[in-house]
Structure formats: C-alpha cells, structure tokens
Design a protein around this ligand. Structure first.
Ligand SMILES: Nc1ncnc2c1ncn2[C@@H]1O[C@H](COP(=O)(O)OP(=O)(O)OP(=O)(O)O)[C@@H](O)[C@H]1O
Length: 454
C-alpha cells in the first residue's frame, strides 16, 4: 500500500504534522491542508485516493456542520474517493450523520495509531474497489456496444425499405417480440441490430444465437446455462444466452431450424420469462426483448407440423418482411457506392468508382443472394480491379440462361433442397465438404437434411 495519494485537511497544525508522519511511512504520498477552502483545487490537482477530513474548522465550532459541508463538496466532485472524518468532538449521532452522507469511516481524536492505520487501510481498499467497479462498468458498456454492433450502416431509400424502416421506428421502443423474415442476405440481422440500437435497451447487449448451429443436445446448456458438474464438460457454472441478454435484446437467427423438442423448451422460457440452468432447479428471471429471424415460411412449417403454432404466435407479435434486392433496385446504386467505399478503405483503393454502364448491369442482375451477394461481388471486383472505374465485366455476374429458368425452383425451400442435393452429389455425400461449399455449418446442414426427411 505504498503508492497512495492521501489528502489530510485539519486546522490543527500539530495534528497535521503527526498524521503526515504516521501515514506517509505506510501509504505513500501525503498532502496537508490547514484550511478547507483549498480542497477543490487540491482534489483537481492531486486526485487523492483518500481524504482525511476534520469536522470543525472555525474557532468555537463543535457541531461538525463544516465537516459535513466539505464532505458533500468532495463527494460531488469525486463520488468514488473515500472520506474518513476525524474530530475531537465526535459523538455517535454525528458519526451516523457523516456515514449517511457517504463518509467511508469515522475516527475520534485523540486517535489510537494502530486503529487509525487500520481504518485508513480498509478505506483505501474500499476506494480502490469502487474505482475498479467504475472502470469495469465502463468496459462492460463498451463491450456491450461492440457486441451489438456500432451502426448505423443501414442503406435503403427505396419505397419498400422506407416502409420497413417506418415499422422499425414504431416497434423499436416497445418490448414487442419481432419476427423478421426474408430471403438469405436481405439484411435481417442488420434490421435486428437497428431495432436494438433504437430501443431503450441500446446500452445493453444484443446477444445473437444462430439456432441452426447449436447441436440439439447442447441447446439447453447454451441458451439457459448450466451449473458446474451438470454434465461431463461442465467444468464451471456458466450463464446461458438468455441471461447474457438480460435487460438487452436476444436475437434468435434461423429460428425455423430449431428442432421440435427444443421448440417446446424455448416456448416455456419465453412464456415464463425465466430460465432454469441445467443442473439447477431454481428458476432465474430474465428481462429480454426477443427478436427472431428466418428465411423459411413458418406458416407453412406450422401446416407441415414441423413448427409449433403456439411458438409462432409467441414470437411474431410484430412481423417485418424484408423485400428482396430485385424488388428494390433503387437501392442498388447506394448500396454499391457504400460497399465500394467500405472495401476501398479496407484494400487501400480509395479512388474507385463504378461506370454508368457498370451500375446498369448491377441494377439489372437478379441477385438471388441479395445484399450479401452484392457485397461479395463488389469486394471481388475491387480486389481484382485494374483500373479506377469498374465496368460490368469486372463484376463477373453469372447470367441465368432461360433453360435454367425453366427448371428453376419455385420456393426458397425447393432451392435449398436442390442446392444441398447438388452439393452432396458433388462431394460424394461428404457432409463437411458440402457444408463448407454451401457456406453453412455442418450442424445446420444436418438439421436441414433432417427437416427434409433425407
Ligand atoms: N440495408 C443494408 N445496408 C448495408 N448493408 C447491408 C444492408 N442489408 C444487408 N447488408 C449487409 O449484407 C450482409 C448480409 O446481411 P444480413 O446478415 O443482415 O442478412 P440476413 O438476411 O440476416 O442473412 P441470412 O439469412 O443469411 O442470415 C451483411 O454483411 C450486411 O452488413
């Protein structure tokens, strides 16, 4: 405890000298003030770790009111710094008053050296803990913002997107459950982040869970947490995603991929707004705002009996459907310029632009992979670009031939089946290789195969 900075304020010069000698040997630097009026300046210049404050300064004053006044001033300037009150006229009532006003402790004159040193030491520890808590809180806040994404990088001035954004504004500040649907890559996660960012919960985290990538047996542990020893790998207590999202938002992506057994467990947690960690019996309350997303037709899944109707009603209080990129061609130039700038900075190619002919080609393309495909197309074009102006040939767009269109799947689900089947054929049934090529996890592929009954 040698590197502390202590401020002593006492009008009695004898007491000041004795305290200085006693404290500097044990705790580090000590600064003495014989008049309280210099306290504000000293707090600013010294940033003390502790203040030892006399209660009476003016001659004849024994009420302790002066000390209480300066205690308030100090706490206003720095609420974390511990203040130990010291007086010759202390009584229990005055001590209680000072403690109520936020003093860390109270010492009577004449003091007992050992007792005083112990009081100062424990008050210093209290001050250090307060500072640590304060800095951890700040760190936590920054991390939560980092986890939730910093926004706003949401591009979309088309009529279709204006409607979506209007709905986002209306629901953001409510706690209504929101279901976001739309094809792959239309920006469902971007919209979920926007809802969170505009909500009163934006200081807390938005925790994202990809429901398709959690193995069926690990679902409860991942979402609800587990206690130490609940299963072989549970080496310590762990909170689940629900608890981590407490006071913030929980974003369940790919909710359509949730196996039936776990749909019931999720529904129970949502209805009760509480979770029970695996290995425990005591429920823990959670205060979350639920946002779900899917590219599957959940109404159809309900008819097919692969998705619970009661769960669908629970999650879709508000339904936001995202238009495909081909249904909002007006957004293509803004999105293109946004990605050109973003990747231009990333790859050190800042003067790149797109020719009018190139922009037309981008607008006319059908974008089956939506905004994500546009993003990847621009990134590739920028990396390979040999001139500063990108032409249509630079985008390597794959035009779909009419014969392919004849055989084109009618629904996204049909397309998924087809893509999975082609990929499995290509990789001789090797799930890992097919999943890698399709850009999904092996577990998601496995869940889809199960869903299709393959
Ligand atoms: N309106 C937008 N403005 C800027 N970037 C966008 C917009 N929409 C989508 N993106 C970008 O496109 C990519 C895909 O978006 P996102 O992951 O939100 O789509 P998704 O619908 O959730 O996809 P999936 O169904 O595959 O999970 C992301 O990199 C995202 O930043």
């Amino acid at each position: 405890m040698k590197d502390n900075n202590i401020l002593i304020v006492d009008d009695n010069k004898g007491a000041l000298g004795a305290l200085e000698l006693l404290l500097q040997e044990r705790f580090g630097k000590v600064t003495c003030l014989s008049t309280p009026h210099r306290i504000p300046r000293a707090l600013q210049s010294l940033e003390p770790d502790l203040v030892l404050l006399d209660m009476n300064f003016s001659a004849g004053q024994v009420s302790g009111n002066e000390g209480l006044y300066w205690l308030r001033q100090i706490r206003q300037f720095d609420p974390q710094v511990p203040v130990v009150m010291i007086t010759a006229y202390g009584d229990v009532e005055l001590a209680v008053k000072a403690l109520k006003e936020g003093a860390a402790d109270f010492v009577l004159k004449p003091w007992n050296n050992e007792k005083l040193l112990a009081t100062v030491e424990s008050s210093l520890k209290l001050g250090h803990s307060r500072k640590e808590i304060e800095s951890l809180r700040k760190k936590e806040k920054t991390l939560k913002r980092e986890i939730s994404g910093n926004g706003p990088s949401l591009i979309g001035r088309s009529k279709a997107m204006a409607k979506v954004l209007e709905l986002v504004d209306k629901v953001a500040n409510t706690d209504a459950n929101v279901l976001i649907t739309g094809e792959n890559g239309t920006g469902k996660e971007v919209i979920a982040k926007e809802i969170h960012r505009k909500s009163a919960r934006s200081d807390e985290a938005m925790i994202t869970v990809d429901m398709g990538s959690i193995p069926e047996t690990l679902f409860e542990g991942e979402l609800f947490g587990h206690s130490k020893g609940a299963f072989t790998d549970a080496k310590s207590d762990r909170m689940g995603k629900f608890e981590a999202a407490d006071k913030g938002s929980l974003f369940l992506d790919e909710i359509g991929n949730l196996p039936e057994r776990n749909q019931a467990k999720l529904l129970t947690a949502l209805q009760r707004r509480e979770v029970v960690r695996v290995g425990e019996v005591r429920p823990r309350s959670v205060d979350i705002r639920l946002i779900c997303a899917t590219n599957t037709d959940l109404e159809k899944a309900v008819v097919d009996k692969s998705f619970r109707e009661d769960l669908l009603y629970r999650i879709n209080t508000i339904h936001i459907h995202l238009p495909t990129l081909r249904d909002r061609q007006e957004d293509i130039p803004d999105l293109t310029n946004f990605f050109v700038k973003q990747f231009g900075e990333k790859y050190g190619k800042k003067n790149i632009s797109v020719s009018p002919e190139g922009m037309n080609a981008l607008k006319e393309y059908s974008w089956p992979g939506n905004v994500r495909e546009l993003q990847h197309t621009i990134e590739k074009a920028l990396i390979l670009a040999e001139s500063n102006v990108l032409e249509s040939k630079d985008f390597l767009l794959k035009e779909i031939s009419p014969s392919i269109l004849d055989d084109f799947p009618e629904t996204i689900e049909d397309m998924e089946r087809k893509m999975i089947s082609i990929s499995l054929d290509k990789h001789n049934g090797n799930l890992s290789a097919a999943a890698k090529q399709l850009g999904i996890t092996r577990q998601t592929l496995y869940n889809k195969l199960k869903k299709f009954g393959w």
